[in-house]
Design a protein around this ligand. Structure first.
Ligand code: GDP
Length: 357
């Protein structure tokens, strides 16, 4: 399962975005810190290929990949030191894989901004600083506890301490850890510390319907995101209430689908994720994996017996399966192939594991 933390300053529209993405009713208020406990919701990853496959094999059940969104309270200057709801709220997103930073790019006198004016790049900088300060405190604590716990420092602890001190130096200089070049061993060593600045980030520019085109805040944020190699999605999370009920409903449905598809596609790209499928008359199922996964790892994901008794894997490409209307047709056309445990799984592969118990 993929976890995405939604962050940003108070009153920028995080809960509105969360509610659109997840279709979950959440408390949305025009005052900072409305979201005290995190809102959490798991949604299906839209992938029309699941239905196309299920239509051909007449599966009784379809299972999509899932993504969990965690909407936390707004960060403010000093959050990492406990101001506002403090570092507690940041703990909620420590185990997420990716961060979606909602940035306010709309004018609205009725909705207070904590700094009374709109400046997306300043807001992005403030949040970055809070993430850095939070990581500094986590890093210092981890160094302290490693030194205390392990009076006899072995090679493994030494490696961890080395990389933590390296992280701390960068963080003290205000550098986000995801921008630092670490060796593979160093990367493995810091992964378990779940540093926030080491997570990929996506900017979500919350614009309003009045300024969909030529939004100067959005233009500024685009330049900022581009210079920092951060993907940006822009969307109007809150729909105008001037539309009639039917129009609003239709627009809201389309909006939900579009925003979810956009964010999923960017998350797949930053986390290097792809999808393979397993099919039978009971179930058509999408499995999300990280690029580079082998057939043996895929077998383990599907069922531990498949890994234990792995013989080989049968592969049909999604396009062939659709074109030849199923496994039989693909077989007749010579579009089925077999591979061993080291086969590198590709997006859209339909896999069947041959195994012995
Ligand atoms: P959060 O504190 O960041 O979670 O923000 P909320 O989602 O609770 O929204 C705060 C206020 O901003 C609410 O009154 C929303 O209705 C309003 N809001 C959210 N998105 C938009 C938008 O795109 N345009 C306008 N004008 N108001 C918005």
């Amino acid at each position: 399962q993929i976890d995405c933390g939604i962050i940003g300053l108070p009153n920028v529209g995080k809960s509105t975005v969360f509610s659109v993405l997840t279709n979950a009713p959440v408390k949305i208020s025009n005052f900072p810190f409305c979201t005290i406990h995190p809102n959490i919701s798991v949604v299906r990853i839209p992938d029309p290929r699941v239905y196309q496959l299920a239509g051909i094999v007449a599966s009784r059940e379809t299972v999509h990949g899932k993504i969990k969104f965690v909407d936390i309270a707004g960060l403010i200057k000093g959050a990492a030191q406990g101001i506002g709801l403090g570092s507690k709220i940041l703990n909620h997103i420590q185990t997420t894989k990716v961060l979606c930073h909602v940035v306010r790019c709309f004018d609205d006198n009725q909705t207070v901004h904590v700094f009374n004016n709109i400046d997306p790049c300043r807001d992005a900088d403030i949040v970055n600083t809070e993430l850095i300060l939070f990581d500094i405190s986590q890093c210092e604590k981890s160094i302290c506890s490693l030194q205390k716990k392990h009076k006899l420092i072995n090679e493994n602890i030494e490696q961890q301490l080395f990389v933590l001190k390296k992280c701390l130096d960068y963080l003290y200089d205000g550098v986000l850890l995801r921008k630092v070049h670490f060796s593979n061993i160093e990367r493995t060593n810091i992964e378990k510390f779940n540093f926030l600045t080491n997570k990929p980030i996506i900017y979500f520019a919350n614009i309003d319907e009045k300024s969909v085109t030529n939004n100067t805040y959005l233009n500024k944020l685009h330049a900022f995101a581009f210079n920092n190699s951060i993907p940006l999605i822009s969307c109007c999370a809150m729909l105008s209430s001037s539309k009639n009920r039917d129009d609003r409903f239709k627009t809201a449905m389309k909006q939900q689908k579009d925003i979810l598809c956009d964010i999923v596609s960017v998350i797949f790209s930053v986390l290097n994720l792809r999808t393979f499928f397993t099919i039978n008359s009971h179930m058509t199922r999408a499995w999300i994996y990280v690029v580079g996964m082998t057939a043996l790892e895929a077998a383990k994901k599907v069922h531990s017996d498949f890994k234990k008794g792995f013989i080989r894997v049968q592969i049909i490409k999604f396009d062939d399966f659709i074109f030849y209307r199923g496994e039989l047709g693909a077989k007749k056309a010579g579009k089925i192939c077999y591979a061993g445990k080291d086969y590198c799984v590709k997006d859209g592969d339909i896999l069947k594991f041959l195994f012995q118990i």
